[in-house]
Design a protein around this ligand. Structure first.
Ligand code: PLP
Length: 403
């Protein structure tokens, strides 16, 4: 048994799979650049290792929601273009400008804050004007766009900002054929055309998330922003499995069986006794719970591979543990229990857990808790200053496969 297997629980992160997924997505969006979306600690996978691996596979942009996430990438040594888009008044504009982070602007309040701070810092901020083309979330509505564009152009002339991007986000890209998709594309083209006619010269126009990258070439423009697909998870069942999409799941979530014991027929299991053993049986204790990201909502439903067979969560998921009915099997304590992974050993998928918990794969991986150590496979050594090449780090290294 290796050291990893002796951990209570672990999320193994296969960076070779992440690199391969980035390459697949770059092929799907040939002609556009790729932004690796790393918000929320890379959807639970770990922002810095994933950012480095995405860069190695040719992601020229990195994207985060909050400015703090973007600044953490810089502090971790990631250079090149980084965009962050979820700002609130009083946000760290000065730090972002000084760290050469691109910032999104959805409204006049944000433009005015960034312009004032850029003046104080003495350096132009690179901004991306965000349009609400129909999502109805962040972004500037078409009616307010002319005023935002006019004021941004004036700030650009004054040397306070450089309008580096024009962008928007889809509402229903994961439902191919949804009428809002064509409508949003049309509105985006109109809003970009208006800004360009007024004199905006953006480096990048960008609209596509993972589902649009996979299904909608006309939405690729200059840059695609991929999150979930880069982690090897299907954006929705409608688009197929990861394998259908040429993607490989990056995270494997596993635990070590903590206890195996006999139980008689009619024994209640876990809080509330929502499961009762139907016959004399054996029970297995899996030492992860909702504090680790196992959804309590998947009580009685979530699948887990133990002792070569898929079992189902018996009764409630507790904070730190849950129970499976092993049906008389007696795997050894310490045996591996795999909640989800790429499926090579027949283990369940993230998508299976999403169904069991009535949610989406995004939420399953993002909620894996900080108590679960991330164990990286395929990590490359950081290049040493003055050394040639990318440095060696064992069997997973293959420095020739990227550009
Ligand atoms: C999260 C996010 C993305 C990535 O979406 P995926 O569906 O995970 O590819 C892209 N753009 C914005 C604005 C986002 O918030």
């Amino acid at each position: 048994m290796n050291e990893t297997a002796s951990l209570r629980a672990r999320a193994e992160i296969d960076l070779d799979a992440l690199r391969a997924n980035v390459r697949v997505l770059r092929e799907r969006a040939a002609g556009a650049q790729l932004m690796a979306v790393l918000k929320s600690d890379a959807y639970g996978h770990g922002a810095l290792p994933c950012a480095r691996a995405a860069r190695e596979a040719g992601a020229t942009w990195l994207g985060t929601a909050t400015p703090q996430e973007a600044l953490a990438l810089r502090a971790g040594g990631l250079d090149g273009r980084v965009l962050c888009w979820l700002w609130t008044p009083g946000g760290p504009w000065a730090e972002a400008i000084e760290a050469d982070v691109d910032v999104s602007v959805s409204a006049l309040w944000a433009l005015r804050e960034v312009v004032a701070v850029a003046g104080a810092v003495g350096r132009a901020a690179r901004i991306h004007l965000k349009a609400d083309t129909g999502l109805g979330r962040n972004g500037c509505r078409p009616a307010d766009w002319p005023v935002l564009v006019t004021e941004a152009l004036a700030a650009e002339k004054a040397g306070r900002v450089r309008i580096a991007g024009l962008w928007s986000h889809f509402a229903c890209a994961d439902e191919p054929g949804h009428p809002s998709i064509a409508a949003q594309l049309g509105v985006f083209r109109d809003m970009v055309a208006y800004a360009e006619k007024e004199g905006v010269e953006p480096e990048v126009r960008h609209l596509a998330n993972s589902p649009a990258t996979l299904t909608l070439p006309e939405a690729h423009f200059d840059l695609v922003r991929t999150g979930i697909a880069m982690y090897g998870i299907s954006p929705s069942p409608e688009l197929g499995t990861p394998a259908d999409l040429g993607l490989r799941p990056v995270m494997t979530f596993a635990a070590s069986l903590a206890l195996v014991k006999d139980a008689p027929a009619g024994h209640g299991v876990s809080y509330g006794h929502h499961y009762t053993t139907p016959a004399d049986t054996t029970l297995g204790l899996i030492p992860v719970g909702y504090a680790d990201g196992v959804p309590r909502h998947a009580s009685g439903r979530g699948p887990v591979l133990v002792g070569g067979r898929t079992r189902t969560v018996a009764g409630r998921v507790a904070m730190d543990q849950f129970v499976v009915d092993l049906g008389g099997d007696r795997p050894e304590p310490g045996a591996e229990a795999v909640l989800f992974g790429p499926g090579d050993r027949g283990e369940p998928s993230v998508e299976d857990w999403a169904v069991a918990a009535d949610t989406i794969g995004y939420e399953i991986v993002t909620r894996i808790g900080s108590r679960v150590p991330r164990v990286y496979v395929g990590e490359r050594a950081a290049p040493r200053p003055g050394a040639h090449g990318s440095g060696g780090s064992g069997p997973h290294e293959n420095p020739t496969d990227d550009d």
